[in-house]
Ligand binder design. Structure first.
Ligand SMILES: Nc1ncnc2c1ncn2[C@@H]1O[C@H](COP(=O)(O)OP(=O)(O)O)[C@@H](O)[C@H]1O
Ligand SMILES: [Mg+2]
Length: 620
């Protein structure tokens, strides 16, 4: 499949609500206020320093102008001969002081701006992470969520841009007001005509901003695709395969295709905007020419003295320039606000998430876990992964869940650990229905070792300690967990033992074999020290002897705990107290090994098949 076809298929289920940004001035103002608030929260002290310096600089500049005026008038009135140089020294000193101050304040402002920008993006990103950490796992299966996440992230720099623009605008607004007052005094009608010039510019610029935002939004999926390809090219994880299969050329081609497509869209956008900008520019120029024509007419008809007209002409030319700057500034604000709206919309998910989150206190243990008529289908998938599954197990039992690939075993593990919510049916710990309880609290009573367990690029000790992160410093407990998982011996042989960093990306450390990693993950599950353990294919990467040893010893290792042991190898779980057999998402059989063998159904068939394959496959 080509990248583009893949990209298009992805774009098709791109289901953002077509909210069109802040159309009303009130919403726009609300967003601007939000941006300013964010900056204030990021670091109020820096904001005070920044704004204070800016105000002082403006004041100093105004003061300097007054001083210059004084200086000139002193020089003019005194005449060259009588004026000693000494009479202007105070003014010169003041001017020098002001200049020194403004230049110093300029550089300090630059530094403060840099620091503040960094803190604001950090805070904006923290808000995004608040949501990303709070959402249910289900969100991560959704294209829409990732698009929203990416757009919220890309809005991170916008609050600061807004402040910059606001500060710049406030500067030009002051000058503008001054000039407008002068012009109003000279001839009010001119002001009216002149203000018209700003309208076409403003319209053209905001239309472009809106289109640009829409364009950026419609490419968020394609952008993520490009970033994904990039991560394949530069990540350590895939570096091996990318080289072994010689994929880099193809991956880069796909990346280029996606980029070209975006650039084509961008060029198109710019091309469409050029005529509009041209028309707006012409209209604005025409309005200025009109204003000047009115001015000349005033002079010719004797309504305005020539001296005022000269002053007015200067004011008009300056104003025209300022007004176009203002139009640009406002459209920048508008554009930033559009992007910020994505950030706001994403962050506003948080209260909803918290409100809708079940909050009943979680039970800490159970006598019996019951799964009743559980049905679950992944988002966007038609067939259910679990279909009307009912089963139960008691405290202290070793229960096995077997089934072929894709039969729904991992899905059941995810539902049991409340990572997904079932469409129908329920899970109970004794009489407590789990949909109502606080999932995070419930998970404190569970240790889940997933089939695709995590490999953290931290020390061995932390890799294990992350099973109960608040106790990760407890080295004795870490070592005990490692011993149980059969990891202690190889960890001891690592260059720095338990302190050896794993993964080799951040420090020179060591990497482990897949089977060793699995033992570390198993140790993490032991370390969690919870009453209910779910082990999803815990031996997939272990060799036959190790697998056998682990299964044989599981009862002793988890004494007093309830263990759900998931495996696709039917031969590995024969010693379990009870075995549930899943087939195509449905519970097919259940019983002890002996019972199931006697029935001679799916379990017996696959057990014999796998045993036979194993025997015949064994080298002589
Ligand atoms: N995140 C997911 N999104 C959509 N479908 C999924 C997802 N995870 C698993 N599935 C599908 O659900 C079915 C059951 O998968 P799983 O529970 O992982 O099977 P097992 O662990 O028994 O091998 C499979 O058909 C699989 O393709
Ligand atoms: Mg699985």
């Amino acid at each position: 499949m080509s990248a583009n076809r893949q990209g298009k298929a992805r774009l098709k289920n791109f289901g953002w609500d077509p909210y069109e940004g802040p159309r009303s001035p009130r919403r726009l103002l609300g967003l601007l206020a939000g941006a300013v608030r964010l900056i204030w929260e990021a670091n109020p002290r820096l904001v005070v320093v920044f704004v204070g310096l800016q105000l002082l600089s403006s004041a100093a500049f105004g003061f300097a102008l007054l001083v210059v005026r004084n200086l000139v008038s002193t020089l003019l009135s005194a005449g060259q001969a009588s004026a000693g140089f000494g009479s202007v020294i105070p003014e010169l000193a003041v001017l020098g002081g002001v200049l020194a101050f403004t230049s110093l304040s300029g550089s300090v402002q630059n530094y403060v701006r840099m620091l503040l920008a960094e803190e604001v993006s950090w805070l904006a990103d923290q808000r995004v992470l608040d949501v990303a950490c709070a959402v249910e796992l289900e969100a991560f299966d959704s294209n829409d969520f990732h698009d929203r996440l990416m757009r919220a992230q890309s809005a991170g720099g916008r609050p600061f841009m807004i402040t910059q623009t606001l500060l710049q605008l406030s500067g030009s607004l002051t000058t503008l007001t001054g000039l407008l007052i002068v012009l109003l005094l000279l001839q009010p009608l001119l002001v009216a005509v002149l203000l018209v010039t700003v309208v076409p510019l403003l319209v053209a610029a905001t239309v472009f901003s809106a289109e640009f935002h829409f364009f950026a939004m419609s490419f968020s999926t394609a952008d993520r695709w490009r970033w994904y390809l990039r991560s394949l090219l530069i990540g350590r994880e895939m570096a091996k395969e990318v080289r072994a299969f010689d994929l880099s050329g193809q991956l880069r081609n796909w990346q280029k295709e996606a980029f070209d497509e975006k650039m084509a869209g961008y060029r198109d956008l710019v091309r469409r905007s050029i005529p509009r900008t041209l028309v707006a520019g012409l209209a604005a120029s025409a309005a200025i020419a009109g204003t000047l024509a009115v001015l000349i007419w005033f002079v010719l008809t004797g309504r305005m003295p020539l001296a005022s007209a000269t002053a007015a002409t200067v004011a008009i030319v300056q104003l025209a320039q300022l007004l176009s700057q203002l139009a640009f500034g406002v459209s920048q604000l508008y554009e930033s606000a559009l992007f910020l709206d994505d950030h706001r919309a994403f962050c506003e998910l948080l209260p909803t998430i918290h409100r809708t989150r079940p909050s009943r206190p979680a039970p800490v243990d159970f006598e019996e876990v019951r799964v009743e008529h559980l049905t679950f289908a992944y988002p966007d998938s038609s067939a259910p992964a679990l279909d009307d599954v009912s089963l139960s197990f008691r405290r202290g039992e070793i229960v096995a869940l077997v089934g072929e690939n894709g039969s729904g075993k991992t899905t059941l593990a995810k539902l049991l650990s409340l990572l997904y919510r079932p469409q129908s049916g329920r899970i109970l710990w004794d009489e407590i229905e789990l949909v109502e309880v606080d999932a995070t609290a419930l998970r404190r009573s569970m240790a889940v070792l997933f089939q695709d367990f995590g490999k953290y690029m931290v020390s061995v000790a932390l890799n294990i300690g992350m099973g109960r992160v608040e106790a990760s410093e407890d080295r004795t407990a870490v070592v005990r967990a490692a011993r149980k998982a059969g990891a202690h011996e190889f960890v001891e042989r690592l260059p720095a033992g338990y302190d050896t960093p794993l993964g080799m990306v951040f420090e020179d450390g060591a990497d482990l074999s897949e089977g060793q990693w699995q033992r570390i993950a198993l140790a993490r599950a032991f370390f969690r020290d919870a009453p209910f353990i779910i082990l999803d294919e815990p031996t997939a990467a272990l060799d036959a002897r190790a697998e056998n040893q682990l299964f044989e010893s599981i009862r002793g290792l988890f004494r007093g705990r309830t263990v759900l042991l998931i495996s696709h190898r039917f031969s590995s779980v024969r010693s379990a107290d009870r075995i549930f057999v899943l087939k195509g998402g449905r519970l097919h059989e259940e019983g002890t090994h002996d019972e199931l063998m006697r029935v001679g159904g799916h379990y017996a068939e696959l057990f014999q098949l796998q045993a036979a394959a194993y025997l015949s496959g064994e080298p002589a």
